[in-house]
Ligand binder design. Structure first.
Ligand code: NAI
Length: 630
């Protein structure tokens, strides 16, 4: 018979992200006039206890005397600690329940705050070993039980001796005292837990360094929730993506590497070999050559709107799902459009320029309110539709023209002809996408249809407007005010000069493609793209993917999810099902969607599968990628 396995887990900085006494200091010394000095003194005493210049018990006594905690402080501490459980512990709650007989918490901390936190994970009260406070009648801590071995040096070793566990002992912890259990011959293996802190001295002594509990469970074949530890998935985030994205991916347990700049094709070919998730902005070119080297890559996120910088066809052929952030900056563009139409209809650019030049030009002539004016929106997608709502709330009449059938929001009126829109609008604003057929869709002919003195905005894409025609119509006075944020050619960096026929024209606002550039939009993008990565990796969902068939999948419980990506040829689904039938595996749910190039099949099964099934599924001809979730 195999020996039983016992798991000995440390509390401070392992089970929870923090050292409980640090948090306690913030609570109990909150209003203390000498708070900072006391906190520094506590740190000094902790270090003295660690380096042996005073005994552990003495350090505990001294620290408690400085902290002066009471029951109310400890209650507060417990509440805080409950919210500070290590992320990978939270993810793997099932492990604690399944192995509750064999999991021990052994800590030099105190029952008062450890028990409520760990028992909520299913850990048995009789398996928790820690110190006990002594209280006076008012609930103040006046000392601790000094007969407890955990209050003394070498306490964990003594405790383990007393426990005398009859099997293999695995210790998980971040501190040297955890290693000492192994050193004393009382544990088979010591796993240095580095999710919250890394201590050099401890790392050197470890049998394994485990950046998360996922890794520990994977190494020991104990994982019930996650099929592959996230820390083994390398996330490469380039071009200074928003820190919130880095945080989100780290919190999920991925190994994240960041770069400020873009990488060249050559650099990326080398780097990508090891990468599972790639995040870029607009400057990194993900070419077919780069993708050839990307053997572990599951997904690419463009932390922007456009995906021209990615060879989408090559990504699909490689089974790599690509995501972007199509509406994270919608609101920013809309606000700028509103601001510009008000500025332009009041002639502000000219008036401001004159005043800068010392010319006082106070007059109401040619200045209007936007209220009651007709706003014509060409393109009623994310931006057009949102602008429609805001413009109406300013009292404008909104009409729109879109090639596709789009639901009119509020009181907006859908028009079936672009010509009508041009003829009746006081302000024309372009919000079409950049498809090639839209090149120069607004030129002399279209301007001719517009009202005399129209306000014209283009915050969509540069090539959709014939710039020379626009210039002619501004100069002729047909267009009374114009706002342009996007240009057929845009400088590649801030160092390059901007040349355009539109420079110097009257009542014309030119902005350097910043419609969507706000800090809020950056943060939205920073959150949106990782949420797509996580949906895809954790659940297989591909909603909003730009190159994969879009599937939104239910979260699975008590089942396994098989994810199969293949070249879109007939008969693959049947082959998958034949393999499963041959192994007597019942399908509880199945989803298939295809694009021209690839097929995406999700199969949920409720039975344990063996390695042969996986091998056979992988071996199906035309398989591009295969992975198992849960
Ligand atoms: P979207 O794809 O949601 O909407 C575009 C709409 O235009 C669609 O409803 C489409 O059917 C329609 N459309 C395309 N061609 C048309 C045509 N010839 N006639 C009538 N309708 C047509 O795109 P979204 O998010 O609303 O963005 C709109 C534009 O704004 C895009 O070109 C995008 O690149 C640009 N943009 C500019 C930013 C900036 O910083 N200035 C920031 C974000 C987006």
């Amino acid at each position: 018979m195999k020996p039983q396995k016992y798991f000995v887990i440390d509390f401070d900085s392992t089970f929870t992200k923090v050292e409980a006494f640090d948090v306690l200091a913030d609570i109990s010394l909150q209003d203390h006039p000498d708070k900072e000095n006391r906190k520094n003194e506590i740190i000094t005493i902790t270090n003295q206890g660690m380096d042996g210049s005073i005994s552990f018990r003495e350090s505990l006594e001294k620290r408690i005397a400085l902290l002066q905690p009471n029951r109310i402080h400890l209650q507060k501490l417990t509440e805080i600690l409950k919210g500070m459980v290590s992320e990978s512990f939270k993810r793997n709650k099932d492990f604690f329940q399944e192995f509750s007989d064999n999991i021990y918490i052994i800590s030099n901390g105190f029952h008062a705050f450890i028990d409520p936190v760990v028992t909520s994970f299913g850990i048995k009260p009789e398996n928790i070993y820690a110190n006990r406070f002594q209280f006076d009648e008012q609930g103040n801590v006046i000392g601790f039980d000094k007969t407890n071995p955990l209050s003394a040096n070498n306490g964990k070793v003594e405790q383990l001796k007393q426990l005398n566990l009859p099997g293999d002992v695995y210790v998980i912890g971040d501190g040297y005292t955890d290693y000492e259990i192994k050193h004393a011959g009382l544990a088979n293996k010591f796993f240095a837990f580095t999710e919250n802190v890394e201590r050099e001295k401890v790392l050197n002594k470890a049998d394994h360094v485990t950046p998360s509990l996922d890794e520990f469970l994977y190494l020991n074949k104990l994982n019930t929730v996650i099929s592959y530890p996230k820390n083994r998935i390398h996330v490469l985030l380039l071009e200074n993506v928003h820190p919130v994205a880095v945080e989100m991916m780290r919190a999920e347990g991925f190994t994240v590497e960041t770069y400020h700049a873009a990488l060249t094709e050559e650099e990326l070919c080398e780097k990508i070999k090891n990468v599972g998730v790639l995040g870029i902005r607009s400057k990194t070119q993900v070419t077919a050559k780069v993708l050839e080297h990307a053997n572990k890559l599951m997904t690419i996120g463009a932390f922007c709107i456009g995906t021209n910088q990615i060879d989408l066809h090559a990504a699909s052929k490689k089974g790599v799902a690509v995501f972007n952030a199509p509406f994270s900056n919608t609101r920013s563009v809309v606000e700028l459009a509103i601001a510009e139409m008000i500025m332009l209809i009041r002639n502000i650019p000219d008036k401001s320029n004159k005043l800068h030049a010392g010319k006082w030009d106070k007059s109401a002539s040619g200045s209007y309110e936007v209220r009651g004016k007709t706003l014509g929106l060409i393109g009623y997608g994310n931006i057009g539709a949102q602008l429609s709502v805001l413009a109406e709330s300013l009292g404008m009449k909104v009409v729109y023209y879109d090639k596709e059938e789009k639901l009119a929001l509020g009181n907006a009126t859908k028009l079936n002809s672009l010509t009508t829109l041009l003829e009746i609008s006081d302000i024309v604003s372009l919000h079409v996408d950049g498809r090639e057929s839209n090149t120069n869709m607004i030129s002399d002919k279209e301007f001719a249809r517009m009202k005399q003195g129209v306000i014209f905005l283009n915050l969509s894409r540069g090539h959709v407007v014939d710039i020379d025609a626009l210039k002619r119509n501004i100069e002729s006075g047909k267009i009374a005010g114009c706002g342009v944020d996007v240009f057929p050619y845009e400088p590649v960096s801030n160092a390059e000069e901007f040349y355009s026929p539109l420079r110097g024209l009257p009542n014309t606002i030119l902005t350097p493609h910043i419609g969507g550039s706000t800090l809020e939009a950056q943060e939205n993008i920073g959150k949106f793209v990782p949420s797509k990565f996580l949906d895809y990796i954790n659940n297989g969902s591909t909603s909003n993917s730009v190159n994969f068939p879009n599937l939104t999948l239910p979260t699975l419980e008590n089942a396994h999810r098989l994810i199969h990506i293949h070249n879109n040829v007939p008969g693959i689904l049947a082959k998958i099902n034949n393999v499963l039938a041959a192994h007597g595996i019942n399908i509880v749910g199945q989803y298939l969607k295809t694009t021209e190039t690839i097929g995406y099949v999700i199969t949920d099964i409720n039975k344990e599968y063996n390695k042969d099934v996986i091998k056979e599924l992988r071996a199906i001809e035309h398989t591009i990628k295969f992975r198992v979730l849960y």
